[in-house]
Ligand binder design. Structure first.
Ligand SMILES: Cc1cc2nc3c(=O)[nH]c(=O)nc-3n(C[C@H](O)[C@H](O)[C@H](O)COP(=O)(O)OP(=O)(O)OC[C@H]3O[C@@H](n4cnc5c(N)ncnc54)[C@H](O)[C@@H]3O)c2cc1C
Length: 240
């Protein structure tokens, strides 16, 4: 059985930074994660979403201000699949960086689902169902947050998705409604409009995105000059 001064459960930005600091202070440290190093932020959150927003910014500049910058672009085509591939490569690189930091700071990484079995005991179950027990004088729980799906909605991974499926999708939907106007919800339309290919006969223009929010009125542009704002305020319910 392995014994540690500190066991950190969860290797997101909360957990891995905590583990590094504990190790730097001279404490024997382990980190446990059931899925990935880097947590939501590096794998399916901040990093890939900012990579896709960068794509959107470049696409927007080329499309709307190309002439001003000295580009002459006829038949500009955009490959959203390539944008997603780029975002995955950036995520993978940073996740590898976290692995490197764990090694550099002599932090033991245990991949598996952790359960606190006693005040000083963490049981880790790996992907094959094998369990191991870790003893720790201190246990830090940094397991992050999970999606709050409103009652009645079924996440099918295609038509109804959470941020997670949306950020990994290699094809943009022709239209979408975003439920929730927090930081994650309001960034979705920019990704959608600016990364979408311009309208053509084969591929009509995307229809505007609406954002539904319980409290605030949000203005959303459509592809056509970012006009036709949609304001949808209220509670979204499923009629499936
Ligand atoms: C699309 C999107 C964009 C975002 N953009 C930004 C941004 O620009 N700036 C910003 O500051 N924040 C942003 N965020 C928020 C940011 O991702 C989170 O605040 C951050 O990831 C929280 O870190 P955390 O370590 O608390 O949790 P998480 O990153 O969720 O990590 C928790 C970890 O715990 C693991 N875990 C859970 N339960 C167990 C268990 N029982 N055993 C073992 N491991 C377990 C999970 O696998 C996970 O790796 C964004 C989020 C999303 C979804």
């Amino acid at each position: 059985m392995s014994e540690y001064d500190v066991i950190v459960i969860g290797a997101g930005p909360g957990g891995y930074v905590c583990a590094i600091r504990a190790a730097q202070l001279g404490l024997k440290t382990a980190i446990v994660d059931k899925q990935w190093l880097g947590g939501v932020c590096l794998n399916v959150g901040c990093i890939p979403s900012k990579a896709l927003l960068k794509n959107a910014e470049v696409a927007h500049t080329l499309r709307e201000r190309g002439k001003e910058f000295g580009f002459s672009l006829e038949n500009l085509t955009l490959d959203y699949g390539a944008a997603v591939k780029r975002s995955r490569q950036i995520s993978d690189r940073l996740v590898k960086g976290v692995g490197f930091l764990m090694k550099k700071n002599s932090i033991d990484v245990h991949m598996g689902s952790a359960r606190v079995a006693a005040r000083d005991t963490v049981v880790v179950t790996d992907a094959e169902g094998k369990t191991s027990e870790l003893k720790g004088s201190n246990i830090v729980i940094a397991t992050g947050a999970s999606v709050a799906v409103p009652p009645g909605w079924q996440i099918d991974g295609e038509k109804v998705v959470t941020y997670l499926e949306a950020i990994l999708q290699e094809k943009l939907p022709r239209s979408a409604v975003v439920i929730g106007a927090g930081a994650i919800g309001v960034a979705a339309p920019a990704r959608h409009f600016d990364n979408a290919s311009p309208a053509s006969q084969a591929s009509p223009a995307p229809t505007p995105i609406g954002i539904v929010t319980g409290h605030t009125s949000i203005e959303i542009g459509s592809e056509a000059g970012r006009s036709s704002p949609k304001r949808l305020v209220g509670r979204a319910s499923a009629l499936l």
